[in-house]
Design a protein around this ligand. Sequence first.
Ligand code: PEP
Ligand code: MG
Length: 755
Amino acid sequence: MLDILRRIIQDINAARDLNEALGVIVAEVKTAIHTDVCSVYMTDAVRGEHVLMATDGLRPGAVGKVRLKLGQGLVGLAASRAEPVNVDDAPAHPAFRYVAATGEAPFHGFIGVPIIRRRKVLGVLAAQQRERRKYTADEESFLVTLAAQLAGCINQAEIRQALDRLNGGDALADTLFLEGVASARGLAIGEAVVVFPATALDRVPDKDIENPEAEASRFRQAVAAELAELQRLSERMRLLLSAGDRALFDAYALLLGSDSLVNGTLERIYAGNWAPGALRATVLEYANIFTEMNDPYLRERAADILDLGQRLLNRLQEAQAINRRYPDHTILMGDEISVSQLLDVPPEQLKGLVSVRGTGASHVALLARGLGVPAVFGVSNLPPGRLNGREVVVDGYTVRVCIQPSPALRQEYLKLIADEAELSRDLQHLRDLPAETPDGHRLELHANSGLFADIAAARDSGVQGVGLYRSELHFFLRDRFPGEEEQTTLYSRVLRMMEPHPVVLRTLDIGGDKPLPYFPIEEQNPFLGWRGIRISLDQPDLFKTQLRAMLRAGTAHPNLSILLPMISGIGELSEALELLREAQAELAEDGVVVRTPRVGIMVEVPSAVYQIEKLIRMVDFASIGSNDLTQYLLAVDRNNDRVAKLYDSLNPVVLAAIRHVIDQARAAGRPISVCGEMAGDPVGALLVMAMGVDSLSMNLGSLLKIKWLIRSVPYSEAQTLLAEVTDLDSAAAIRDRANAFLEQHGLSGLLRVGK
Ligand code: PEP
Ligand code: MG
């Protein structure tokens, strides 16, 4: 059965459209379970009917004509119960309905299995037998398994069909919205530019050529173009990467200038191989030489050579079209988008990002947020191959992508984008005003950061500090762990840029869904695994290098605070503090006298919530990581689209936990902030302000909006709202009530910023 199942699924996927796929299913299932009839009914929710869409065994003319009201007949029963109905004598069943058009009078055995996707019944897969027949348990589970697979295929096929309708200029075609799981907030409209992974270098075959001169010239052109490109990339990254990080590009340029790689390839070309094949052979040869070296640094250069070889190959094949011309409003789209693909688009032309895979915490996502580019990730049913050049709307607020919006919808989006730009302009006058409520309650607003570009922007937009510097971002942009010197330079620069405002440097928070490419971690359950401080404590060498670099940067810049991620217990915190003391003592032995920095913990694990009274007294401050706290309290993976609906930081339980932490921190006289996404969500910000949080740290894009909110709502009224929503049972109810409150305060312009 399993083999048959696999074959049917393959055949469905190979079908050109939904009708063909359904035709395949009914024919193959009929044979597989030796039955007289197999049919698929699809649910038409608008008309409230189940429509016969495909059959093998009933009269073909009945397809599209037989329509059963929802809940009618045995098909309706399977759908409404959302479970299989298996009866040996259908006409004897009270729910049986005779439908003449199907010509089904003579059938007795009946089995109907609902086709369900995400709680929605899409249709029913049914089989019938002329004689009485009770389908066996095996047959039933075969159909159930097939129906579950079918649900995904139907969804894909429907999307393909919707795209075809849009292609055909069908005026009545519905607008196609595709949902993602995570986003970078904002709205953008533009032209999809689809990027594909290039052919892997080691898969390139050899091929004989007749004109080596022409092939050599093609290769030389590729090398020259790549050199120019590296120069361009190095320039573009000036704002994003430190000089150390950019040194990678210089190293590539050196490699390209060296005789061995270029000449080695040319020799092979003149010997009769085509350029890609000659390149592959040369690059692999040199990479192998480096791989076998003893020096670990040189060994790692093998990866550079391979990467450079891949870039040259892309250029030769123009698969990646590195020097491609991007439209003025580029929406970058792909199965997975890499950091270099993102950085390849000139920043002023990059308007949005969409990817099939990837999550809100991937480093491309963090980069997109840092750069203020709206994005939607995890659009699992996106067919990038069919979208190049189409107009696309990226709606990072509703976490949706709209393909080829109708003229009316397009107008609506353009208006929203214009409104947003206008709102941002209008809010500029708040830049230098304090975040203070009309009745005199003041908060500090800080920026979340991780790149030079957003630090520069934060400094220029008058924020009062960086409340969360995600140090791991720099580790992602490199090809190995940065050393102490390099990190010291980096942190010094960050601290200097923000001086005299405070900067909270968070120690490495890798693991979970953020593994470093050069430090792979294979785990069954990464969010519950080796993550954040757990890695730092197990790898004291890495941790102390980072701490020493931070401390050294702090000698000249007193605005340093250090934040420890993922703290889940007292022992863990004691150990981390002990390592910090050791790092300090080691530096003193080396003659470097460092200041003792302010040290804080992230509260993002439930166990930290329930011992906050003790933890908070061991440190100087705490910051609530609502992103992780929400996922751990609700047991909802924040990147899993199947459970995304359950993930909401306004869940009453999450709010209660946050309130407890804020109360305890205040009782202990320690400053407390919120630095998760919730701080930039108007409703979230409003509620935690009412709870008495001291500061909020968020993406720069939300900052003035939240300042507007704070300056518009009296603290006492926010507290009344908090008291009112405390008894509500769901996040949705809380959001509705808070949205109404915002509207009453003339803040409806903020509402789109909500979840
Ligand atoms: C959080 O968990 O809320 C947080 C700010 O940390 P990160 O998103 O980097 O995990
Ligand atoms: Mg976190």
